[in-house]
Design a protein around this ligand. Structure first.
Ligand code: I3P
Length: 103
C-alpha cells in the first residue's frame, strides 16, 4: 500500500496546527504505521525526518464537512493528532482509508 496523498496537519498536540498548508507526500503503509516521503525514489529518509505515524486505534472519516476539495478524509490518531488527506480519486481514497484503519 503506497502512493501520493496531499496532507494537511489540522490538530497537533490537541491544538490547531500552525503549519496548515497542503503537502503532496508519498505515503507508505508499513506494518508499524504510516511513513511519509518526498517521492517514491526517496523512501530511505522520511519527509522532514518525521517519525512513522502510529495508526493503532486511529479513525478515518469522509463525512467531515470539508467542502473545498473532493476525495478528502480525516485521520485521527490515538495521541489526538488530526490530518486531512486529499486523494486523487475515490478509488485512492477508499484504498488508503481502508488500509489505515486496518493497520
Ligand atoms: C494555509 C493554506 C491551506 C489552507 C489553510 C491555510 O495557509 O492556504 O491551503 O487550507 O487554511 O492556513 P499557508 O499555506 O499560509 O499555511 P485549505 O486549502 O483547506 O483552505 P486553514 O487554516 O483554514 O486550514
Amino acid at each position: 500500500h503506497e502512493g501520493f496523498l496531499f496532507r494537511k496537519l489540522d490538530i497537533e498536540s490537541l491544538k490547531k496546527s500552525t503549519n496548515r498548508s497542503w503537502v503532496n507526500l508519498y505515503c507508505i503503509l508499513h506494518k508499524g504505521g504510516l511513513g511519509f516521503y518526498k517521492d517514491a525514489k526517496n523512501t530511505a529518509t522520511a519527509y522532514n525526518n518525521e517519525p512513522m505515524l502510529n495508526l493503532a486505534h486511529c479513525h478515518c472519516d469522509v463525512t467531515n464537512g470539508y467542502k473545498k476539495k473532493k476525495n478528502v478524509f480525516t485521520l485521527k490518531t490515538k495521541d489526538g493528532s488530526e490530518f486531512l488527506f486529499h486523494a486523487k480519486d475515490e478509488v485512492s481514497l477508499v484504498f488508503f482509508k481502508t488500509a489505515m484503519e486496518l493497520d
